[in-house]
Design a protein around this ligand. Structure first.
Ligand code: HPA
Length: 281
């Protein structure tokens, strides 16, 4: 089956299992952020196993469940758990959930992740909005034959992360007095964390935060014409910038502690009437 048919098949399964004719916003929940959805009333839960082609995530804090929920005027598809390239998935498989969400009607895609921070003006616990990315994994989900029904061969990447939605994010954060910073996210393949020398390189290249996800999904969603916004939760200072060593336990712990604050922000952001009003380009 070609990618287009796989994407359409998965989108049809989302529609059928959720009972929702269409969704307008998709949210991919990163490390430790999955439980954000547990308390939502009236959500329809779908295991990734029920959705054809969805890869089952292996990483800690990634459940592998999709939730169809209402937030304000929006019908939101929450993807709790993502597959990572470091698990050995090929790029097409990894990005299938986000493509299926766009095919199911989600013109807006919100990507979230946990990340390590480089500059001193970022601290563990900060929620930041992604301004741009650097693809250091040198992998791209668009490698291979292109299907024009999904998107163009050479998609523009000037504004991967919607300036309009970045502005909206900063405005929503400012409502409770929080100044949300904009950052450049560097995609590190993993699964080993970076060395201090590699962090020095990423800093020199202009990266502010570093993590092991998001970029492939952002590229695939933009390929299909969705409007993308990305958030990083800073869970640690990057390797060599603090006394301790890095661990996934620390990442999960900081994410768990930050959850109520992120949940409050996301509730307001998701319900915002401007969220889904963007151009389809
Ligand atoms: N590096 C890469 N990925 C991460 C980090 C990090 O420091 N923190 C959370 N995810």
């Amino acid at each position: 089956m070609d990618l287009y048919d796989q994407v359409m098949g998965a989108a049809a399964a989302i529609q059928e299992r959720s009972g929702a004719e269409r969704h307008d916003v998709a949210v991919v929940l990163g490390s430790g952020l999955g439980p954000l959805v547990e308390r939502r009333p009236n959500s329809v839960v779908m295991d990734y196993g029920e959705l054809p082609g969805f890869p089952i995530p292996q990483a800690m804090g990634h459940a592998g469940r999709a939730y169809s929920v209402e937030a304000g005027a929006h019908r939101v598809l929450l993807l709790s758990g993502r597959a990572h390239a470091y698990e050995g998935h090929d790029m097409a498989t990894m990005t299938l959930p986000v493509r299926a969400a766009v095919a199911a009607g989600c013109h807006t895609v919100i990507l979230t992740n946990a990340a390590g921070a480089i500059p001193g003006w970022l601290q563990p616990g900060d929620l930041v909005v992604i301004r741009d990315h650097i693809n250091l994994a040198a992998r791209n989900p668009l490698v291979g034959p292109n299907d024009e029904r999904l998107g163009p061969r050479f998609p523009d990447m000037t504004d991967v992360y919607s300036p309009r939605l970045r502005y909206l994010a900063r405005r929503v954060a400012a409502e409770d007095g929080t100044e949300m910073q904009e950052v450049v996210y560097a995609w590190w393949l993993g699964p080993s964390f970076e060395t201090p020398a590699e962090i020095g390189m990423i800093a020199a290249l202009g990266g502010d935060v570093v993590g092991m996800s998001t970029v492939p999904e952002a590229i695939a969603a933009r390929h299909m014409g969705a409007e993308v916004v990305g958030f990083s939760l800073v869970t640690n200072r990057a390797a060599g910038l603090s006394d301790g060593r890095l661990s996934s336990e620390e990442v999960m712990e900081v994410a768990t502690r930050a959850r109520p604050r992120i949940e409050a922000f996301m509730d307001r952001f998701l319900a915002h009437t401007d969220l889904g009003a963007g151009p389809e380009s």
